[in-house]
Design a protein around this ligand. Structure first.
Ligand code: PLP
Length: 370
């Protein structure tokens, strides 16, 4: 029998304690820390925006083949990876750096462009890693509610922070999976305070048919930094690989704070093999879109409310404190989450496999009837 613990987020005395607890944690760590301790090892895990498909076949083979060279730093492999990516995207290879996932460059960008005098401006609800880091370094954090269509409200963000050092835009957004139009990001870039920087997190871009990358703004020499990761569509979250894309002067300011760490060779070869698969992104996008749409259709047929998403996650109206739903679902061996303080009755759901989503539906039906 799995052990059930009542320890939960709800039992922390205030939201502030929760924020303090999560400071410095990434998505996976936050999800794991807030996970009800009730599930067994065969639980359906749809609480961390991971890709249930994992690495593609050629990435798996590349990882196995590189093991004998695991004693080498092999910097050349990271340089080759950045070159392959840059060529594919029409970017200058000097403007691209491979990183150990996108978490390190996200943190380094916050450290580079914010200070007690230069605020960090983000969306609410939004991905909290930068917010938590900025808070812990004494930076003023400005969290601006999303618009009615769940895009970043760039005009409100500009108005709220004339002292901005860094604007963080995540599109598709985590947790809502919704897009911020390219034109809005252009507007933000054109109207931001001098010397501030716009950080665009494109972690989930591959899941969307409509999302437009902001690489064009980087290429045009704007004050824009873009992050990409192999953790989502490529299924390499546990291997750790990402990219930071920026003008060389911005890149230097970011990377000088500890960004030049060697990469795990396993991650680099898995990423290279994944990039060499011409159909991989389109195929996985199709799978995610199909399962997501089937889930939405089921939710609609059964009277549930959700936010339509363009990503591998979406927000579901729990019609009760989200943590209650989370714990009840965990008792059914389905792990969902996370929950954002500004949407306490909503729970983020990651799109899993068809089989996992059917288990999710059965558990949800049971829990909501109870
Ligand atoms: C929006 C966003 N950015 C960045 C990350 C960090 O991902 P990683 O460090 O695995 O690349 C995550 C993780 O879920 C995320 O949701």
């Amino acid at each position: 029998m799995p052990h059930f613990s009542r320890r939960s987020f709800l039992h922390l005395s205030a939201a502030a304690s929760a924020a303090a607890m999560f400071r410095g944690m990434s998505e996976a760590q936050m999800a794991a820390a807030a996970r009800p301790a009730v599930h067994s090892s065969n639980a359906v895990v749809i609480d961390s925006n991971e890709n249930p498909l994992g690495p593609c076949e050629s990435a798996r083979s590349a990882v196995a083949a590189i093991i004998p060279q695991g004693g080498r730093y092999a910097f050349n492999l990271s340089v080759d990876l950045a070159k392959t990516f840059a060529q594919g995207e029409g970017l200058n290879p000097d403007w691209v750096r491979a990183t150990v996932g996108s978490t390190p460059p996200l943190g380094l960008t916050v450290l580079a462009f914010t200070s007690p005098k230069r605020s960090y401006v983000t969306a609410d609800p939004g991905y909290e890693y930068g917010l938590n880091l900025a808070t812990s370094t004494g930076v003023r954090v400005v969290a601006v509610p999303l618009t009615k269509s769940y895009a970043h409200d760039v005009k409100a963000m500009l108005a709220a922070a004339p002292d901005a050092g860094l604007f963080y835009i995540c599109t598709p957004n985590n947790p809502t999976g919704t897009l911020t139009p390219h034109a809005d990001i252009e507007y933000l870039v054109a109207n931001k305070p001098k010397d501030s920087v716009v950080l665009v997190d494109e972690a989930y871009i591959h899941f969307s048919d409509q999302a437009e990358s902001t690489f064009d703004l980087v290429k045009a020499g704007k004050d824009v930094v873009v992050l990409r990761t192999f953790s989502k569509i490529y299924g390499l979250a546990g291997l750790r690989c990402g990219f930071v894309i920026a003008r060389p002067d911005l890149m230097q300011k970011i990377m000088v704070r500890g960004g030049w760490n060697p990469m795990p060779v396993t991650a680099v070869v898995a990423a290279q093999a994944s990039l060499n698969e011409p159909q991989l992104v389109a195929e996985r996008r199709r799978i995610n879109t199909t399962v997501r749409q089937q889930t939405f259709d089921w939710l609609e047929r059964n009277g549930f409310t959700y936010i339509a998403s363009d990503s591998n996650c979406f927000m579901l109206d729990a019609k009760r404190p989200g943590q209650q739903l989370r714990e009840a679902m965990a008792r059914e061996n389905v792990l969902v989450g996370r929950i954002w303080p500004s949407m306490p009755n909503w729970v983020r759901i990651t799109v899993g496999t068809q089989d996992e989503m059917e288990k999710f539906q059965a558990a949800l039906q049971k829990v909501m009837k109870a």
